[in-house]
Design a binder for this molecule. Structure first.
Ligand code: HEC
Length: 163
């Protein structure tokens, strides 16, 4: 029972954090903004589908730049390359942080906006992974099938959040 409580706390923590992230400047308008409150059951359900279907894709194609503990290849030790990779990682994590699974942290405000941003950048516009990553990782493009899996997961997650 105690463990369950701790787990719920751990799951809620990132949401509380992201609610306080960023927009400090319009603290006064805080009460006007709608806050998304997601129950821990919903988070758990979305996260378990994430871990099963989506995380393996993201791990291969996004984690190098979007987690704070990337698994760099050996050539991170090549002078210059390491610097570039760490810079991409620093910027990538700042925009979208996948380190602690769902709910992700991001620059774009609430979790629904972050999910929309993923569909837009990675599925619709093919902007992610960036071109410079794709030319050095020939298999980094998202396949049509992966795009479909990601889109479906995001659609069903948003439906669960809105319910
Ligand atoms: C080589 C590094 C790199 C890889 C790999 C990468 N990204 Fe990014 N990503 C970035 C950087 C840098 C930014 C911030 C600048 C920009 O938007 O171009 C970013 C921004 C984003 C954003 C916009 C976040 C926002 O709200 O500003 C999304 C969404 C995103 N990435 C998703 C993904 C997904 C999904 C993958 C894997 C399929 C991926 N990225 C792979 C470097 C990367």
């Amino acid at each position: 029972m105690k463990l369950y409580f701790v787990l719920i706390l751990i799951m809620i923590f990132p949401i509380v954090l992201s609610a306080h992230d960023g927009d400090d400047r319009d603290d006064k308008d805080d009460h006007k903004r709608e806050k998304i409150i997601i129950s821990s059951q919903v988070i758990h359900s979305i996260n378990s589908n994430y871990q099963k279907d989506i995380k393996p894709i993201f791990k291969k194609k996004c984690f190098d730049c979007h987690t704070s503990k990337p698994n760099y290849p050996w050539y991170v030790n090549v002078p210059g390359l390491g610097y570039i990779m760490r810079e991409h990682n620093r910027e990538g994590v700042e925009h979208l942080d996948l380190t602690n699974d769902f709910p992700f942290k991001g620059k774009e405000g609430d979790i629904v906006e972050i999910l929309d941003e993923i569909v837009e950048e990675a599925v619709e516009e093919d902007e992610m992974p960036p071109w410079y990553f794709k030319i050095t990782h020939w298999d980094a493009c998202l396949t049509d099938q992966e795009k479909e899996v990601i889109t479906k997961w995001i659609e069903s997650s948003k439906a669960k959040i809105r319910r």
